[in-house]
Design a protein around this ligand. Structure first.
Ligand SMILES: NC(=O)c1ccc[n+]([C@@H]2O[C@H](COP(=O)([O-])OP(=O)(O)OC[C@H]3O[C@@H](n4cnc5c(N)ncnc54)[C@H](OP(=O)(O)O)[C@@H]3O)[C@@H](O)[C@H]2O)c1
Length: 267
């Protein structure tokens, strides 16, 4: 599009013709994002470990558009490569990479095990980096100066404020992912690839089920916007970042938290 021409409202958020990968797209936040991208017209690959869960998620998203689920355990280097190869087999251009799959490990400081570092860092930090490496040729092919390819990393407000429960490796992994987002944004901007992160607050999901069951009402009551996150909050921000509307942002960490971390007083 030429400079200073206006696009229509519908075109601003239109993802028809775009090809996207959403890791961990079979549940929770990943599924919210996959649904939003599909509704905006993108063709979407979702992925997680279990084949049955993948098949079930593909069935439940199929009504929204062209979706394909590929099982892969992204905690291993080889599986990241295999998934990337299968994604590239679907198209030589990848317009949108959403690094969403993540794991949390809560345990007191005294007993926090080595495994809790390896498991969490492998999936939350190393897998996004490995997927960027493996998919970069396809992202470069998709991006143009007017309409860059997009990498969207799902971080957390646990890397913006200090959560009450102990989550040492999780908070560390998300802080590292936020900084990796900025580092990659600087390098990939000139190659027509934007890199941004979304830092969610509390959204209902399997990862948050026990916490929200126990204290969800309290968390919502204390949040400045007095509620938890909803599917549309996450779908909307992903569509914004993936579409023409978000094409001039890179290196940002966008909290979607109802004000919980963004307005924390520290008292
Ligand atoms: N929900 C929140 O309130 C919240 C807040 C801040 C940040 N986040 C972040 O949002 C992202 C999604 O979290 P969620 O709350 O939606 O969690 P979730 O419901 O547990 O979903 C996590 C997704 O990742 C997949 N996954 C887990 N381990 C995997 C592995 N080794 N390889 C491939 N896929 C794997 C899961 O599928 P399988 O288990 O079937 O493999 C699932 O699809 C995470 O990065 C999380 O840190 C969530």
């Amino acid at each position: 599009m030429a400079e200073n021409q206006f696009t229509t409202h519908a075109d601003l958020f239109d993802l028809r013709g775009k090809y996207a990968l959403v890791t961990g797209g079979t549940k929770g936040i990943g599924m919210m994002i996959a649904r939003g991208l599909l509704q905006a017209g993108a063709r979407v690959v979702i992925s997680s470990r279990d084949a049955d869960t993948c098949a079930q998620a593909q069935r439940s998203l199929a009504g929204f558009g062209d979706v394909r689920a590929i099982p892969a355990d992204l905690s291993s280097y080889d599986e990241c490569q295999r998934l990337a190869d299968l994604v590239k087999a679907g198209s030589e251009r990848l317009d949108i990479l959403v690094n969403n799959a993540g794991a949390m490990w809560r345990e007191p400081l005294e007993t926090f095990p080595e495994e809790a570092w390896d498991t969490v860092l492998d999936l939350n930090l190393k897998a996004p980096f490995r997927l960027v490496q493996a998919l970069l040729p396809a992202l470069r092919r998709a991006g143009t100066a007017d309409d860059p390819a997009r990498i969207i990393n799902i971080g957390s407000i646990a890397a913006i404020h200090v959560a009450e429960s102990p989550n040492y490796s999780y908070a560390g992994s998300k802080a590292a992912l936020h900084q990796l987002t900025r580092v990659l944004a600087r390098e990939l901007g000139p190659q027509h690839v934007t890199v941004n992160a979304v830092a969610p607050g509390p959204f209902p999901s399997q990862m948050m089920a026990a916490t929200l069951e126990a204290v969800g009402d309290t968390i919502a009551a204390k949040a400045p916007l007095r509620r938890l996150g909803r599917d549309d909050d996450m779908a909307g921000i992903a569509v914004f970042l993936a579409s023409r509307a978000g094409s001039y942002l890179t290196g940002t960490i966008i909290p979607s938290d109802g004000g919980i971390a963004t307005t924390a007083t520290g008292t």
